[in-house]
Design a protein around this ligand. Structure first.
Ligand SMILES: [Zn+2]
Ligand SMILES: [Zn+2]
Ligand SMILES: [Zn+2]
Length: 121
């Protein structure tokens, strides 16, 4: 079963009037369980996630949002839509592998500008 990262943390603040968005890659997915089956209820995100730097972003992966997000039928039955804002807030953590890969790559390329870790106290 194609679930996203098991450590994902959802925002869970009280949803506002704004509809959550998904990017091209995540289009059609349920924002909770990744199911593509029977999108049922439009996703509403909290004001914090709807405005500012998060506005117009995919609530699953943070890419540019292009389409409205939905809860699948199963999640509606389980009343996941009442759990509050479903935006993933630890995207950075889920992506840290990728970041690490890139950093390694930079170092291999002879970059390595940053200072090493300071000695602990
Ligand atoms: Zn939120
Ligand atoms: Zn996405
Ligand atoms: Zn679902």
């Amino acid at each position: 079963m194609a679930r996203h990262h098991p450590d994902l943390v959802f925002c869970r603040k009280i949803s506002g009037a704004s509809v959550g968005l998904l990017c091209e890659r995540c289009e059609g997915r349920c924002c909770i369980c990744d199911s593509f089956v029977r999108p049922c209820i439009p996703v509403h995100v909290c004001d914090d996630c709807a405005y500012g730097s998060n506005s117009g972003r995919c609530i699953i992966c943070g890419a540019k949002g292009v389409t409205e997000a939905y809860y699948c039928e199963e999640c509606c039955l389980l009343e996941k839509d009442r759990d509050g804002c479903p935006r993933v807030i630890n995207i950075g953590v889920a992506r840290s592998d990728l970041f690490y890969e890139r950093r390694k790559h930079n170092l291999a390329g002879g970059g390595g500008k940053g200072k090493g870790k300071g000695k602990g106290k």
